[in-house]
Write a protein that binds this ligand. Structure first.
Ligand code: FBP
Length: 248
């Protein structure tokens, strides 16, 4: 089995992101979504290619779902409580991720942050280790910090995607830059590194589905989505609509 085939279907993918408990805090996890079992069941029923979890949630909840859905362990994280230049430190090793049953690992790089060098270094070490275990590496490529004036400009989005290729990421997860044309440039810049969309804050179903149509037409392989699914009234209904676009 190639490493990417563990987390894709016919070269396409839909991932359910659920690392917001650390990134944003419980404020995002309203109602039932505070319960990891609710989200894991949703991921299984929705037929997601994989669920994205931090190690603590993976350790305590994923064992019951191990045969039902693949796992992407997010290796670094930060809270929203710290000000200043963003730095997301590694909190889980590749070895631990393997023990947890991961098929892939994820890591955020805040491009442009004053701490960028530390994250690039950790990412390089993760790449090496993940390769030894035949795990895919997904780069959350987020331009951020005071050097970044416009984090969703076409230029910076393509730059973020390209850095993923240069660093050896199998997949880059990038934010939407506003149009199909702009996203296509980012996909081109990423070359053989695959591109997935980072979902973003909740918007209307229509708006979100339109974005997905655009990114797929631009050459992305799919989406890693959180809030635009599990903050919705009917997560499985929107999941189905997203899948119809991605896997058509
Ligand atoms: P969403 O689809 O909810 O945006 O999730 C994607 C994601 O990258 C999560 O994995 C992560 O927790 C969050 O967004 C980080 O968001 P940000 O740093 O932009 O606030």
């Amino acid at each position: 089995m190639t490493k990417l085939s563990k987390i894709t279907t016919g070269g396409k993918a839909i991932y359910l992101a659920y690392d917001h408990g650390i990134e944003h805090g419980p404020i995002d996890l309203k109602g039932k979504s505070i319960d990891p079992n609710y989200i894991l069941n949703m991921a299984v029923k929705g037929g997601y290619n994989a669920i994205v979890l931090q190690k603590g949630v993976a350790e305590k909840y994923y064992p019951a779902y191990r045969d039902k859905i693949s796992l992407i362990v997010k290796l670094n994280g930060k809270t929203r409580l710290v000000g200043g230049e963003p730095m997301s430190s590694q909190v889980c090793s590749v070895t631990e991720a393997v023990e947890l049953g991961a098929s892939a690992v994820g890591y955020t790089i805040y491009l442009g942050s004053q701490h960028e060098a530390a994250m690039l270094k950790e990412f390089g070490q993760i790449e090496e280790k993940a390769d030894q275990h035949n795990l895919s590496v997904i780069g959350w490529m987020y331009p951020r910090g005071k050097a970044i004036k416009d984090d969703d400009s076409p230029e910076i989005t393509a730059y973020a995607a390209r850095v993923g290729l240069e660093l050896g990421a199998d997949i880059v997860k990038i934010k939407y830059c506003g149009s199909q044309e702009c996203f296509a440039k980012a996909v081109k810049a990423a070359g053989k590194t695959k591109v997935v969309l980072s979902g973003g804050p909740k918007v209307s179903d229509e708006e979100f589905l339109e974005v997905i149509k655009n990114i797929m037409a631009a050459g992305a392989i799919g989406v890693a989505v959180g809030r635009n699914v599990w903050q919705k009234e009917n997560p499985l209904e929107i999941t189905q609509k997203i899948k119809e676009i991605i896997f058509k």
